[in-house]
Design a protein around this ligand. Sequence first.
Ligand code: HEM
Length: 392
Amino acid sequence: MTEATLPFQRTGFDPVAAIGELRAERPIVRLDVPIGPATWLVTRYDDVRAVLGDTERFSNDFSNVTELADVGISVEMNPGGLGFTDPPDHTRLRRLLTPEFTMRRLKRLVPRIEAIVAECLDDLERRGPGADLVETFAVPIPALVVCELLGVKYADRVDFLRQAEDRFDVSGDILNSIGAIGQSLDYLEDLVARERRDPGDGLLGALLREHPEIDDRELAGIADGVLTGGHDTSTSMLALGSLHLLMNPADRDAMVGDDVRAGALVEELLRYMTVVQVAFPRFVREDLTVGGQSLSKGDMVICSLSSANRDEHIGADLGQVVAGRATSSSHMAFGYGIHRCVGAELARMELRIAYPALLRRFPGLRMAVPFEDLRFRELSIVYGVERLPVEW
Ligand code: HEM
């Protein structure tokens, strides 16, 4: 492992110790990446905020970076989803999506999410008295919620879910990941074309009714962004958060206590786990200085969100879960700036419904293997645990 892989590694729940050393001594460091543009890693909270908040000087659109074209990553591979787009395109796409993510619209999903969670818990109960919580709880809930949100019809769901699995089968290498993205778009474009013929009442149907001018490829890009954003991320949060709750009886009690305490704990778990380890890559638009470091036009910047959320400059003891602490409310688990997660409220809703429902249904739930036997993802953009065997 080299310094270049540090942002994609963890030790249990924690960023690797070497990331903390970088944060203290070399907070903006050039990574040794053999191909592509010069790549910098940013680890301090303030510097990460400065980069993510500055769309004038940093771009998300990799298609115009010539060094990437040199290594075979081209304009056609850009899915055109929000995360890889700059204003004014980003502004236009985000405005299309935002109305579907308002609290009012999301509230309609609450009974559906509750039903999805209850069905998954029924299934878990049938398999008992032991099962893998990743397979039965953490994977299906977000996948079915994304289906519900997009309006994927029941007949299409098996295919859709299989496609989603393939979509996330990428290594932690950022260049490989960028290259893999284009592949799922053909499937989604097909789904969009079918939805255009028979629009349902989900997000795709609503967008097609209100904006018939959007073409299939662009809408597939939006769907891809929602799928990418909403699936693996929430799966990891459900799995890692449940693991923390099983290991910490006081937090477990708080989670089944009143909604306010549960909500505060969910927020702190989001900060503590920071499952999306790095933000979308940013590209430098002009020679500039950030945190005292000079960067050149065309350089790529990787912001470590998991490091920023543990930065000693913003709070003490950030390696502990303390519900209600001040930094819980300014964490960067959902990113920052104009690309901040559009699904943040939906993710919170899922977690606030799913964790308490799990713990209430199975009051005797416990881990079936010691913590040391669990396998965590070794190199990943979205951190997670492979399996979580439990019994009751
Ligand atoms: C616990 C769950 C989640 C976490 C931790 C998470 C985290 C993030 C992060 C870190 C970003 C990138 C910010 C940046 O680079 O500046 C992001 C963007 C995004 N997320 Fe999420 N996310 C979650 C759930 C969701 C859900 C449920 C959806 C939708 C159903 C979603 C959709 C998106 C989209 C579309 C973007 C791109 C926004 C833009 O570029 O304007 N995410 N998310």
